[in-house]
Design a protein around this ligand. Sequence first.
Ligand SMILES: [Zn+2]
Length: 60
Amino acid sequence: MPVPKRRTSKTKKNKRRSHDALTPPQFTSCPKCGEAVFPHRACAACGYYRGRQALPVEES
Ligand SMILES: [Zn+2]
């Protein structure tokens, strides 16, 4: 079974991981109800998308 000949240096390891950071999820507020909504998704609270009803409203 192949085994690395040299231990990976801290520099090499950190440079490899420099692109591994996660970005937080992007969202805006719904213009109708102000709830946080993901882009290109209908609002989960009021069901509106681009100024019209896109999903049936689910009231609890
Ligand atoms: Zn909404």
